[in-house]
Structures are given as structure tokens and as C-alpha cells.
Design a protein around this ligand. Structure first.
Ligand code: HEC
Length: 271
């Protein structure tokens, strides 16, 4: 009965003919040999074994498995250790946000605000307000900050290491000043003169598919080649430039302080 034959026996007794067969099948372009044959081929011993991509992938798989197990056990050990008091950057949960539409306060210019940036961060900032505004001004919908948010735009957790207050403000108010390739949008100009902006999903055979809503992967716009006049990368950032216009001065400072403090409520800015 075939069920009783040990797999190892089959492997050990694999004939030279079958080995040749396996090698020839393996090298054939179809690559569709059965898994039993595959296993036996790799059991032929180190002499005949070929260090090809399949073999390396299997080795890497195993290595990866070991790394995952080590990482998990490390995590479990850490979880048992008591949390230090006043830990900086406490993880924030639940990015389930309901954003209420906010009325316009002012069409802010950088000039209106830059004078406030020095003294404004010397103390007295409201941590909770800053954190709340990160959600209410919709930043959280595109940015990851510490443990929360979305990955549509760059993570802002370490933004304080990159930018001082004025640079940070400038990036928030003029996002199109530096549009990075990773988040670049494409602009399709149609023959009727209208323009469609979005992230390029595909342009196979001249048929362009754009994702026209960064927060919704399924918001796709298909544009047939006969309607297209021209297309190319856009210089306009995905990030709206008017997000601070619904905030008061103190709100803007609280939001910036929240980012500059890396989300740490014990930062001197909040004293
Ligand atoms: C619709 C998505 C979206 C929203 C909403 C949004 N951003 Fe952005 N943001 C981006 C993208 C995309 C970039 C990258 C700039 C680029 O290449 O266009 C960016 C860049 C930035 C940068 C520069 C980051 C860097 O590392 O250089 C800062 C700071 C920033 N955003 C802050 C904010 C703040 C604060 C808010 C809320 C008031 C916000 N963003 C809301 C998409 C968004």
C-alpha cells in the first residue's frame, strides 16, 4: 500500500533516471512540477543540489521563522516587565475619529504666525488640545504619529528631529513646496480642457487609472486614452494647504507643540 511507504524511503531510493528527470523538469521553463517531485529533488543530497532561487527562498523562510520566534519571545518578556512611570510617548489607541466640520477662522499666512513661534513654545501649551486637533484638523487621516494614524502620508513621529518650529509650520502651510516622489500625484489633462488629479495606479496601454481619494483605495477613476490630451507628475501635494485656517492662534501653537514634543505630555512646553 502506497500509504505505508515512508516518504524518506521514496527519497532515498529515487533513481538516477528520476533525478535526471527532476533536473530536466526543474530546468524547464514551465516550472510546474509537482510538490512531491520538488521535495525529492531537493533531497538528492548536497552534491546534486543546486543553489537556485527556490532553495534559497526555503532557507530564508526558515531563517525568517526563527527571527519571528525570537522577536515574539522578546516581546513577551518585555510585556511582563513593569511599565516605567511617566513613560514618554504613551501609545495612543483607537484612530476611530469622527471629525466635525470646522468653520473658517482666518486664511493664515506664515507671516501672521511666525512671530508667535518663539515665546509660544516656552510653556503654557495645552497637550490635550494639540492631540485632539491632530485628529480634528484631519492630520491623522494621512499621517502616522506614534502609535496612531494612517500611512497615506509620511509618518510624523520623528518630525521634531527634522524641523524646527518655523520649518514645521512652513511644511504644514505650504505642503506643495517640496513634493516627494513617493507621495506624488499625477495630473491628467483631458481633451475637453478639464484636469483630473490622483495617484497613478496604472497606465497600461494608455488607459490611465487614478486613485482620486487618498483615504479610499477603491476610489478609482478610469480614463480611456481617447479622452486624454496629456499627463504627467503633478507639483501639487496631496496634502491640503488650508488645514490651519479653521484654527485659532493658540490651537495652531498647541498642534505644533504636540508634534514638536513628539507627543510627550511631560514636555516643558506643556508646563
Ligand atoms: C490628505 C492627506 C493629508 C492630510 C489631511 C495632512 N497631510 Fe501632511 N502631508 C501629506 C503628504 C502626502 C505629505 C508629503 C508631502 C508631499 O510629498 O506632498 C505631507 C507632509 C507633511 C509634513 C512634512 C513631513 C516631512 O517629513 O517632511 C508635515 C509636517 C505635515 N504633513 C503635517 C500635517 C499636519 C499637521 C496635518 C494636519 C493639520 C496634515 N499634515 C494633514 C498628506 C496629508
Amino acid at each position: 500500500m502506497i500509504g505505508k511507504i515512508k516518504r524518506r524511503d521514496v527519497r532515498q531510493n529515487i533513481s538516477q533516471h528520476n533525478q535526471n528527470l527532476l533536473v530536466s523538469q526543474k530546468n524547464s521553463s514551465s516550472y510546474q512540477w509537482q510538490s512531491i517531485l520538488k521535495t525529492d529533488y531537493y533531497y538528492m543530497g548536497p552534491k546534486n543540489r543546486v543553489w537556485d532561487s527556490y532553495y534559497l527562498t526555503r532557507m530564508l523562510d526558515r531563517l525568517f521563522g526563527i527571527i519571528v520566534i525570537l522577536a515574539l519571545s522578546n516581546l513577551m518578556l518585555r510585556a511582563q516587565a513593569p511599565m516605567p512611570k511617566n513613560a514618554a510617548n504613551p501609545p495612543e489607541k483607537s484612530p476611530s475619529i469622527s471629525v466635525t466640520p470646522r468653520p473658517l477662522v482666518k486664511a493664515w499666512k506664515i507671516l501672521d504666525l511666525e512671530g508667535l513661534l518663539g515665546a509660544g513654545f516656552e510653556g503654557g501649551r495645552q497637550y490635550d488640545n494639540g492631540r485632539n486637533l491632530f485628529q480634528q484638523a484631519t492630520c491623522i487621516k494621512c499621517h502616522r504619529f506614534n502609535e496612531t494614524g494612517s500611512t497615506a502620508g509620511p509618518a510624523l513621529t520623528k518630525v521634531a528631529l527634522k524641523y524646527g518650529p518655523l520649518e514645521l509650520l512652513t511644511h504644514v502651510m505650504e505642503p506643495s513646496k517640496e513634493v516627494s516622489e513617493i507621495y506624488q500625484q499625477h495630473e491628467v489633462i483631458l481633451k475637453d480642457g478639464s484636469t483630473i488629479l490622483g495617484r497613478l495606479v496604472s497606465s497600461k496601454g494608455g488607459r490611465v487609472i487614478l486613485n482620486i481619494d487618498i483615504q479610499d483605495r477603491d476610489a478609482l477613476k478610469v480614463i480611456e486614452p481617447k479622452f486624454i490630451k496629456s499627463m504627467g507628475p503633478s507639483k501639487i501635494s496631496l496634502m491640503p494647504s488650508n488645514l490651519l485656517n479653521t484654527l485659532h492662534e493658540n490651537d495652531i501653537l498647541d498642534l505644533l507643540a504636540y508634534l514638536l514634543a513628539k507627543g510627550d505630555p511631560t514636555d516643558p512646553m506643556f508646563k
